[in-house]
Ligand binder design. Structure first.
Ligand SMILES: [Zn+2]
Length: 258
């Protein structure tokens, strides 16, 4: 698993915007108004190959978002991501198209992860999101609550909750019964390899074999999630859910003290 490294520059540029506009509360995070303030207006149009793009015209820009996303948390993320390109990558291409993969890439080097780190800091500012992450045994109910408060997607919220939580926890996104990527807190001790096969011994594995998701977190053998050979002696708390029609399963894991 890659450790998620925030881009200091993206973080600073987002923080400066929040400071500049004196945003003090999640309810003030109207991302289209923020983008407009800096000269980037948002338009919704049907797009085929990407979720959004930005067209620059000198110091102004048009952010185009796929019309199917309008009104969804994903649209806010796309606008914030494109605003990130606009504020961070000036002088680069005049036309930047961003695919689904770009919009969830935090790991590779370059512009896409930087725009995502910017979007995360703009929509879930550490100064007030971090204190919101201080909760016992975080599970998907916490993710839902924070996602509703910040108007962000469940995945983006879970990734950031796991990053900031003082508890030993991790957020995992999986597809086709395999771990795609994960985010973990500083106190998390297990290795969660990408590509790990999720068997029927995990609740996420059950979802991939067509069973109903759990309503709350339940105990699971740690070996269902990790290749650490000492894991079979330990249990984790797992809370997994399918994400609509995406074919993805989102999981929050919490580990008791080792
Ligand atoms: Zn992009």
């Amino acid at each position: 698993m890659n450790r998620r490294r925030a881009s200091p520059r993206a973080h600073k540029v987002a923080k400066d915007i929040l400071e500049d506009l004196q945003i003090r509360d999640a309810s003030e995070l109207n991302v289209e108004l923020i983008a407009a303030h800096y000269g980037a207006i948002t338009r919704y149009r049907p797009l085929q190959h990407e979720q959004g793009h930005i067209v620059r015209r000198g110091s102004n820009a048009v952010i185009v978002v796929d019309a199917r996303l309008e009104g969804q948390p994903r649209a806010r993320w796309v606008v914030a991501h494109e605003l990130g390109h606009f504020r961070l990558h000036a002088g680069a291409d005049q036309y930047e198209a961003c695919t689904t993969a770009d919009l969830s890439d935090y790991h590779s080097s370059g512009r896409e992860p930087e725009a995502n780190h910017f979007a995360a800091e703009l929509l879930m500012p550490s100064q007030f999101f971090k204190p919101d992450c201080d909760r016992n045994r975080p599970d998907l109910n916490d993710v839902r609550e924070l996602a509703a408060k910040y108007g962000t997607s469940l995945i983006a919220t879970a990734i950031r909750l796991a990053r900031f939580s003082p508890e030993p926890c991790a957020a995992v996104v999986s597809r086709n019964a395999k771990v795609m990527y994960s985010s973990r807190s500083e106190t998390w001790r297990y290795y969660l390899p990408n590509g790990h096969n999720l068997s029927g011994s995990s609740y996420a594995g059950d979802i991939f074999s067509g069973k109903d998701p759990q309503e709350h977190a339940l105990n699971v053998e740690a070996s269902a999630w990790t290749t650490n050979d000492w894991a079979s002696e330990h249990d984790l708390r797992e809370h997994s859910m399918p994400l609509g029609m995406t074919g993805l399963v989102l999981t929050m894991l919490w580990a008791p003290e080792l």
